[in-house]
Ligand binder design. Structure first.
Ligand SMILES: NC(=O)c1ccc[n+]([C@@H]2O[C@H](COP(=O)([O-])OP(=O)(O)OC[C@H]3O[C@@H](n4cnc5c(N)ncnc54)[C@H](O)[C@@H]3O)[C@@H](O)[C@H]2O)c1
Length: 248
């Protein structure tokens, strides 16, 4: 039996990068997975490669009505959702704070922060009715400490907000057996990171004690653990996975 047998999970931003890696790992551990993303072509391809235990729904995490549809369609196929991985995110403007356009700031907040709020709100009623669930919100080391090399206030603010919202939900819903944890990766080799580190390339790796970026598949075991009943007494915590980058 897989470690996620009996779990029905929504994973957002699952068309590529870490979300796709998590979907692969979840199905391998016995979960049924609803992959969502705005990138429909790639998302359908990932879901199809995973067979009958996966389905794809095109969905913008910043859309409340979209979330209602994801829950309705996902539960019609696989039954009540008991795991949510709020993974979708965008980098937004890399510029010092005085130069950030308000519209760009607002867009990052809509996806990275409001998207996480809407996702939790959408699944909490199902989890309450079921008597429990696990929410995993993907923040970043940028939700733990300020980013020295890459100025990005909108990203940092949204990722700190994810960390705080996670704790709030953990406290509000602990008595309902609903757990909420945040995951804080450092640098991970994904399409997002390739785009963000174009200019300083390998330089960032020298700040990491392990001396390299992670692969997406190295983050998935932590997310599987937090989704599984193995982590039944862990809630309201931030889980940093950064090759030691924030240790000093
Ligand atoms: N790559 C890193 O080094 C790193 C480090 C720390 C945290 N993170 C976080 O991890 C998560 C995954 O990042 P990744 O590196 O795999 O990124 P990625 O860009 O490779 O993948 C993100 C996915 O999210 C989707 N997406 C973007 N906006 C969306 C929206 N509005 N609605 C639904 N889907 C949307 C994209 O289409 C894409 O498929 C993000 O929240 C990111 O902030 C990444």
């Amino acid at each position: 039996m897989g470690r996620l047998a009996g779990k029905v999970a929504v994973i957002t931003g699952a068309s590529q990068g870490m979300g796709a890696a998590h979907a692969v790992a979840f199905v391998a551990e016995g979960a049924k997975v609803i992959l969502t993303d705005i990138n429909e072509v790639a998302g359908r391809a990932v879901a199809e490669s995973l067979g009958g235990d996966a389905m794809f729904i095109r969905h913008d995490v910043a859309s409340a009505s979209g979330w209602a549809q994801v829950v309705a369609d996902g539960e019609a196929r696989f039954g009540p959702i008991n795991v949510l991985v709020n993974n979708a995110g965008i980098i937004g403007p890399v510029a010092r704070t005085a130069e950030i356009a308000e519209a760009d700031y607002a867009h990052v907040c809509a996806v990275n922060q409001t998207g996480v709020f809407l996702g939790m709100q959408a699944v909490l009623l199902s989890m309450l009715a079921l008597g429990g669930g696990s929410i995993i919100n993907v923040s970043s080391t940028s939700g733990m400490v300020a980013n020295v090399g890459t100025p990005n206030l909108a990203y940092a603010g949204s990722k700190f907000a994810v960390r705080g919202m996670t704790k709030q939900v953990a406290v509000e819903y602990g008595a309902d057996n609903i757990r909420a944890n945040s995951v804080h990766p450092g640098y991970v080799n994904t399409p997002m990171m390739v785009a963000a580190t174009d200019e300083d390339g390998g330089g960032a790796a020298s700040a990491i004690p392990l001396g390299r970026f992670a692969e997406a598949q190295e983050i998935s075991p932590l997310v599987v653990f937090l989704a599984s009943d193995e982590s039944s007494f862990i809630t309201g915590m931030e889980h940093v996975i950064d090759g030691g980058m924030t240790a000093s």
